[in-house]
Design a protein around this ligand. Structure first.
Ligand code: GLA
Length: 699
């Protein structure tokens, strides 16, 4: 990681003269290893918060707003993330007094403050004086002032200006007792395709590959005469390109956002109390960069959880919470969620009454230590006048204010029981951006969405185990009884050895389709899937793969059903391989061939699911794996559509959050009496009306 930015010319010189191999910058090697296996702890007390923009309102209004927030039980505000033109109205002239006053007013009402750096929205004087900071979009158009995200993340000038405003803010608020933390920028995303970025990308490749021979070899550039004779011939890939080049471009974006963020983190750390955390608000499964890489230096991850159009898809939110928790393998924050509705969906319907409450408590159950709403009040002008908010244009509470007040009151009741607790699953799903991108680059079946395939595994697995981590494949796996890897397409040797060691250590590994196909440069491994090391353990391998334009049948000891989108012909080659499912009549190639095979390895096992199974069959195969792995349910016999999440502390506290996501009354029997934190009653069973939430603590 570049601790300080090296000027471009020096960067090129360094890589030519010294030829040093900079530590692998690729995210697949800069993943959670940099984060020790944190003993699961909370990241902060529980807050219910709002995004507040004091700069958009007359100062006389602030007291009224803060009083309404306090009355609603709001305990945290996030401020500043778009206020650059107010903080630095002219180059080098900072005015932070107003923000100081707003922070003091919030403190007087016991409302803590998270300060956002304003670098997602450069002011007009900046882009006018330094037009070189404006990005060039993928279609070649140059960005102009007036929106947001209109900056070049590779611009030295921009980095200097970002560092300076962060420094000024940290000097002013880094020791302010009411400032509990920082958010860097806002929702990283926009990427520039300008010439300087291309030169930096070429330098990045040179540092990684050192010689063109190595790069040409890794990417097989004799293919279509792509061979590169000099580094400056290498393009930024726009559209369909060499898979090695496409993957490295994504890796370059990842490390560039990481360094862009580090530029501000280092400025803040230099002038702030260690107690002040630093986070960033990610966007769930956003594909633009490797979130493990960008989250590595943060204290914890946050994400902006919006439903948009329609209703809460609780399994989608569950997997996205578990993904975000997995970036740092610790609790996270919901930095933004909708107070009723958004303004950017096709139809911006308001969530049904009670859905915000379910969304908030589900997030907490999955390890959120804050739920914060975007936004407090819509500015009278600007692009988001219709967005949901707690307070209306007249300055008075809107109907959703009451439901959010109820959530805040409930969280306050449960806060002490929840303190220092976090989910601690025995099951993990492996997810890495390199594999996701590799499949996305060459879907081979336009219906093969790697996240859709992950969801097809996660949903039944979450119902079966009631508790799932989503982690990077290089994360420590020894605490899991069951590990499932959907489409783990890249299988560098180190990763295969890590998974093999897990199985040999008694773990139960399940590989999904398209696993073990590529090396770390997104080139085909010169072997059959899932690669030599794991095939040896499996006692079999993948003979060939098939994109499906029609469904085929499969049958076996766990049941019968259909497969869609993708199928692989498996071959059992060693003794001890158990054929779990076989194809029926298909395309002739797959007829009667193994579709799912499994093999015991000592106390562990390894299973390969060689087809995208239908929902019921996926569940049946996973049920067999869950049973074989010894993973126990939290609440056996839970009705479908009723979700339980568990948070535990290192000193034995247990909190269960049970939510009825169905529209029917549901009954739940508890294995032992527990105290209901929201109504104080002792309960041995639950009678749950639709959308009911119950929070239980172990005695
Ligand atoms: C994003 C941004 C916010 C706001 C919301 C609206 O999450 O971070 O500034 O625009 O969307 O839903």
């Amino acid at each position: 990681m570049f601790k300080t930015r090296i000027p471009l010319a020096q960067l090129l010189l360094v890589s030519v003269l010294t030829g040093i191999a900079i530590a692998q910058a690729s995210p697949s090697n800069s993943s959670p290893k940099s984060t020790p296996n944190v003993q699961n702890v909370s990241v902060s007390p529980l807050f219910i918060g709002v995004a507040w923009y004091p700069e958009q309102w007359p100062e006389e209004r602030w007291e009224k707003d803060l009083a309404l927030m306090q009355a609603a039980g709001i305990t945290m505000v996030r401020v500043g993330e778009f206020a650059w033109s107010r903080m630095e109205p002219a180059e080098g002239k900072f005015d932070l007094d107003w923000l100081d006053r707003a922070i003091k007013m919030a403190a007087a009402r016991n409302i803590k403050v998270v300060v956002g750096t304003p670098t997602a929205a450069p002011p007009a004087w900046l882009t006018k004086k330094y037009p070189e900071v404006l990005p060039t979009w993928e279609d070649g158009r140059r960005a102009t002032h007036g929106n947001r995200g209109h900056y070049r993340f590779t611009s030295e000038r921009y980095l200097q200006l970002c560092r300076r405003v962060a420094e000024e803010m940290a000097k002013r608020f880094g020791h302010n007792p009411n400032v509990i933390g920082w958010q860097i920028d806002n929702e990283y995303g926009p990427v520039s395709y300008d010439d300087e970025t291309k030169v930096r990308f070429q330098a990045f490749l040179r540092q990684k590959y050192q010689t063109l021979d190595r790069l040409n070899g890794a990417w097989t550039t004799y293919y279509w005469s792509q061979t590169y004779d000099s580094w400056d011939e290498i393009p930024i890939p726009v559209g369909y390109h060499n898979p090695g080049l496409m993957l490295e471009w994504k890796r370059f974006i990842s490390v560039t956002f990481r360094d862009y963020q580090h530029n501000q983190i280092s400025a803040i750390r230099a002038s702030s109390d260690p107690r002040q955390f630093i986070t960033h608000n990610f966007m769930g499964f956003y594909p633009g960069f490797d979130h493990y890489t960008v989250a590595a230096e943060l204290d914890f991850a946050s994400w902006d959880s919006y439903v948009g159009q329609g209703q809460l898809d609780y399994m989608w939110n569950a997997q996205t919470h578990d993904l975000t928790r997995g970036f740092k393998r610790r609790n996270f924050w919901i930095m933004e969620t909708q107070p009723g509705s958004v303004n950017w969906a096709g139809i911006n319907n308001t969530l049904d009454r009670g859905e915000m409450r379910k969304l908030a408590w589900q997030a907490i159950g999955h390890g959120a230590d804050t739920v914060s709403y975007w936004q407090w009040r819509s500015a009278l002008g600007g692009q988001e006048q219709y967005h949901g908010s707690l307070v209306g244009a007249d300055g008075n509470p809107r109907p959703v204010y009451e439901e959010i007040s109820q959530i805040a009151r409930e969280v306050a009741k449960a806060a002490s029981a929840l303190k220092d607790t976090t989910p601690a699953p025995e099951t993990a799903v492996l997810f890495d951006y390199d594999s996701r991108w590799a499949v996305d680059f060459q879907k081979h079946n336009r219906n093969f969405d790697p996240i859709g395939y992950l969801s097809s595994i996660y949903r039944p697995l979450r119902e079966l185990t009631q508790d799932v981590d989503i982690v990077h494949p290089s994360a420590p796996l020894d605490k899991y009884k069951l590990v499932v890897a959907p489409a783990l397409n890249l299988m560098p040797r180190e990763r295969a050895e890590h998974l093999a060691a897990y199985v040999r250590g008694g773990g139960h590994l399940v590989l999904g389709v398209r696993s073990g196909m590529k090396d770390e440069n997104n080139a085909l491994l010169p072997s059959r899937q899932p690669g030599t090391i794991l095939s040896e353990l499996l006692g079999g391998d993948v003979v060939d793969f098939y994109a499906l334009d029609k469904d085929f049948s499969v049958t076996g000891k766990v049941g019968s059903g259909q497969v869609k989108n993708w199928a692989e012909m498996l071959e059992a080659k060693q003794p001890g391989v158990d054929v779990v499912l076989k194809f029926g009549t298909s395309n002739g190639w797959l007829d009667d061939k193994p579709a799912v095979i499994t093999r015991k390895v000592g106390k562990g096992s390894i299973t390969y699911i060689g087809a995208w199974l239908d929902e019921k069959l996926t569940r049946d195969v996973l049920a067999s794996e869950v049973s074989g792995s010894g993973v126990k349910q939290i609440l056996p016999g839970l009705p479908s559509g009723v979700e339980v999440s568990r948070r535990v502390s290192t000193d034995g506290k247990t909190v269960l959050i049970v939510i009825n996501h169905t529209r029917q009354q549901q009954q739940v029997t508890l294995p032992r009496p527990m105290r209901s934190l929201l109504d104080g009653q002792q309960k041995s069973s639950l009678d749950l009306p639709p959308s009911e939430v119950v929070v239980l603590a172990s005695e």
